[in-house]
Design a protein around this ligand. Structure first.
Ligand SMILES: [Zn+2]
Length: 344
């Protein structure tokens, strides 16, 4: 699926209700915030660690939105009680989400940087969210950014490997992932989760499988529980139910580090079958074309974050070419990337 425009009336109604769930709770800021009954920072009180759960940065990805609503509802009805700390749930791109579109003007997942244009929908939203994150900076403990994929149904942890706080995070997270994907900012400027880097706290995205995977919501729920745990938020009571299958350790986990962003020129299309996360491309192989231009892998690489069936409008990259690392530890420390511009 490429640009998934769901115009089925029932689906749009559900999306509107879910978007309203967030907008109905807009108070001083356009986000759901739940904490242990204390006002933020009131009277110098330490409100405890604050975990931010971002969802719907891509408007066509519904599973994480559903998962975070279940968590907030569990807090609302008392099934889940926060003992220490706060949780914010942020709907990243409400306008696109209501329409069932990935984006309105551009990829919201590349808009979180200083100086982003506020002439575009996603830029304005990113500025609002960045101002909000700044307002909670003293308690910010962790940012998780929930996504799903158009390609293979795997669970992937996506993180800036230049953020030292993510090294500890990788040790803390349960080994449920099929793929760890470390990027550098030069390749993924404006990722929502990368806001954490400037505040010295962990930030990462979780890909919870394919958009319509029967496991996606459960994976999202479990990922959010892990985010609360890693961020130090304490809670008691019933965490919203999730399928225990998604908590099982993965028997394998590939470590991929970005080497090159694949820039989609006009008419871009992949020419290899079965594109998706983890597909190997041998050195010298043509893997895509754009008009008469051919994209050739300069070195043997592994493809990540490619879109199945074409590149959505507004996409600033068509995927990434990565090195496969033997050990997790290799993600950190170096940080340098050999940007082999392998476009022939
Ligand atoms: Zn996404």
């Amino acid at each position: 699926m490429s640009e998934t425009v769901q115009n089925d009336a029932e689906v749009l109604k559900l999306r509107a209700e879910q978007a309203d769930f967030f907008s109905d709770r807009e108070g001083d800021c356009p986000y759901v915030v739940r904490r242990d009954g204390k006002e933020l920072g009131r009277d110098g009180e330490n409100p405890g660690p604050h975990v931010v759960l971002g969802v719907g940065v891509h408007g066509d990805e519904q599973a994480c939105v559903e998962a975070v609503i279940r968590i907030i509802q569990a807090i609302d009805n008392g099934d889940l009680r926060l003992l220490e700390g706060s949780v914010s749930a942020i709907l990243g791109n409400p306008e696109a989400f209501r329409l069932g579109q990935r984006s309105i003007d551009t990829d919201a997942g590349r808009c979180f940087y200083k100086g982003v244009s506020t002439d575009i929908v996603e830029g304005r939203r990113a500025v609002e969210i960045m101002q909000y994150i700044e307002s909670i900076r003293n308690e910010l403990a962790l940012i998780m950014d929930g996504h799903t994929l158009s390609t293979n149904d795997i669970m992937m942890l996506v993180f800036n490997r230049e953020n030292p706080a993510n090294e500890k995070l990788l040790e803390q997270m349960p080994k449920v992932f099929h793929m760890l994907w470390g990027y550098i900012r030069a390749h993924l400027k404006g990722a929502f989760n990368d806001l954490a880097t400037a505040y010295g706290v962990p930030g990462y995205a979780v890909e919870c499988g394919q958009h319509d995977s029967p496991l996606a919501v459960d994976r999202a729920l479990f990922s959010m529980k892990c985010a609360l745990d890693a961020g130090g938020v304490r809670y008691e009571g019933e965490f919203p139910w999730f399928n225990p299958a998604v908590t099982q350790e993965s028997l394998f986990c590939r470590n991929l580090a970005t080497d090159q962003c694949i820039t989609p020129r006009a008419g871009f299309e992949y020419t290899i079958p079965d594109i998706g996360n983890g597909v190997r491309i041998d050195a010298g192989r043509v893997y895509a074309k754009a008009g008469t231009r051919r994209y050739v892998a300069g070195k043997s690489r592994v493809l990540t974050m490619a879109y199945q069936g074409g590149i959505p409008p507004g996409a600033t990259d068509a995927g990434f070419l990565c090195r496969e690392l033997e050990k997790r530890g290799e993600f950190f420390g170096g940080g340098e990337s050999d940007l082999d511009q392998a476009v022939a």
